[in-house]
Design a protein around this ligand. Structure first.
Ligand code: PMP
Length: 339
């Protein structure tokens, strides 16, 4: 559902003086870098830090890319005032576009696989975006094909943002995420890990970090199989490869199983008090694999991108079906038995 374009207010009347407070869109970026101490108890010389991207106002890392794509589109004149923003998304970029569209008063149409979580669908509906569902079996590639077809049919009507090919995607991380991590770690970061979707987060952040210090090891992560449960992540070998993706930037690329991603999301919730999403669980699994391979006593500062929180995945069965109990939880249980 969406307001007809003619009913969309084009500008908010100017106030006599600037209002108090700040706009939610101005809060994109500058997310906290959280310490995960319990999960690294086996590696006392490793500091594991998670970039908590759910602190962005739209709830995910994709606020950064979406807002840069919109501003760059407006700046360059490619996104004209009368146009509808169109893109393919597996959810989070769509939420970011929908939030920005509602805040800045432009209409948004999104193509996405019909099997994305119910929470994502409801959020998009709440922001008033138009959604074109594509078959679940076609995955994120089906959504890309649908967006291309729509924009091809009526090119003037849409600004096809094309996050998979748009340089403003990775640049948001080159200018933002990487600089923040550098500042927040006081330049002490030794390893960077991030899961690949469009690859924008990894590309932009790794590119800039390597310029700041060429010895930082950058490890990309992806699902280990074509059919997986890590929403937002792409298995590159079997998918349409994003134009912005350059595999040569990574020092290493690790495959992560869906089960490991689930298990680490549960561990983060129960051992660290962090309700993270599935790809964040995958990022922590990758970060711990990197930590486990380091020479004993080697000091390391490992930064993992945690793209979103667990609240959009609470309807997933793994939270309740899993047998996963952490050591910490077991010790708490036995402690309470003794009382
Ligand atoms: N995790 C989640 C939950 C995502 O939504 C995305 C975006 N598709 C990613 C990871 C990957 O981010 P990027 O597109 O920047 O590679």
């Amino acid at each position: 559902m969406q307001l007809p374009v003619s009913n969309v207010p084009q500008a908010i009347p100017a106030r006599a003086e600037p209002g108090l407070g700040e706009s939610s869109v101005a809060r994109i970026g500058n997310t906290p870098l959280l310490r995960l101490e319990r999960m690294t108890s086996d590696f006392p010389h490793v500091q594991l830090l998670g970039k908590a991207e759910w602190y962005n106002p739209g709830g995910s890392v994709k606020d950064r890319a979406a807002s840069n794509i919109v501003s760059e589109g407006r700046r360059s004149g490619k996104f004209r005032p009368e146009q509808i923003l169109l893109d393919a998304t597996s959810g989070n970029t769509g939420i970011a576009y929908a939030m920005l569209g509602a805040a800045a008063h432009f209409p948004v149409t999104l193509c996405m696989p019909e099997n994305v979580s119910i929470e994502r669908k409801r959020i998009l509906f709440a922001y008033g975006a138009d959604i074109v569902y594509t078959p679940a079996a076609d995955g994120s590639d089906g959504a890309i094909r649908a967006a291309r077809e729509l924009s091809g049919r009526e090119p003037g009507k849409y600004f096809y943002a094309d996050q998979y090919s748009n340089d403003a995607n990775w640049r948001a991380h080159y200018d933002g995420t990487a600089e923040e991590i550098w500042r927040q770690t006081e330049g002490r970061i030794t390893h960077f890990v991030a899961m690949l979707g469009t690859s924008g987060t990894f590309m932009g952040t790794a590119r800039r970090l390597k310029e700041l210090n060429g010895s930082i090891r950058c490890i990309s992560l992806e699902p280990d199989a074509p059919f997986h449960g890590i929403e937002g992540a792409k298995h590159m070998a079997s998918a349409m490869v994003p134009r912005i993706y350059d595999p040569s930037l990574a020092d290493e690329n690790l495959g992560i199983t869906t089960e490991k991603a689930y298990a680490h999301a549960i561990r983060a919730a129960r051992d660290e008090g962090l309700l993270i999403g599935i790809s964040s669980g995958g990022a922590l699994a990758g970060a711990l694999e990197v930590a486990s391979r380091l020479a004993k006593n080697r000091e390391a500062v490992v930064v993992a991108i945690l793209p979103d929180s667990g609240d959009k995945y609470l309807s997933e069965r793994f939270w309740t079906e899993s047998e996963t109990r952490t050591d910490h939880q077991n010790s708490r249980r036995s402690a309470s038995c003794e009382w």
